[in-house]
Design a protein around this ligand. Sequence first.
Ligand SMILES: [Zn+2]
Length: 218
Amino acid sequence: MPRAFASSVSLSENSLKSVPAQRPTREEALDAVRTLLRWAGDDPTREGLLGTPDRVVRSYEEFFSGYGEDPVALLQRTFEETDGYDEIVALRDIRFESHCEHHIAPIIGKVHVAYLPKKRVVGISKLARLVEVYAKRLQIQEKMTAQIANTLDEVLQPKGVAVVIEAAHQCMTTRGVHKPGVTMVTSRMLGAFRDDPLSRREVLAMIGTPGGAKLDNV
Ligand SMILES: [Zn+2]
């Protein structure tokens, strides 16, 4: 086995489990788009489609930029000087755009994140960036909800974490059963928000009752 291949395998095993060991070249990606255009019934050599493979590949770089980022490292810089603040920190209505891993169709929605600090807090822009890292990957909503909650729990080690996601799935609205206006709500509660009914009620009051909020702007 060539040495370069062996080292890329060990890299993927150690730290980049979700990234394939051998990434195709950009030219292979462009060819794949041309193949799909032909599969759709069109001619990738006609003028209007000549630049399309390049645009699609560049869109993919943006849609899936989250594979190149480490969500734990992102949250590493936390602050301990909170003057004893020990109440809920919540960030509501973090808009996100992701893609479902079954159809590569857009998932568009909002994430509400809350935690109950023990000692450490993190800058609120970091919470939004954390959502972004997981959204910019192929996803299912349940997995994304758990990933955001588990990463916050692991890095901040707070007393509680709550993550609620409401989203519309275009694989359901523009194809398949064609049901527009349907949103899916998922939640993951950890620590006090899972075990203590009072804390749970308090956090749900802050971030909105799941299903009660509207997705007017997505
Ligand atoms: Zn789907």
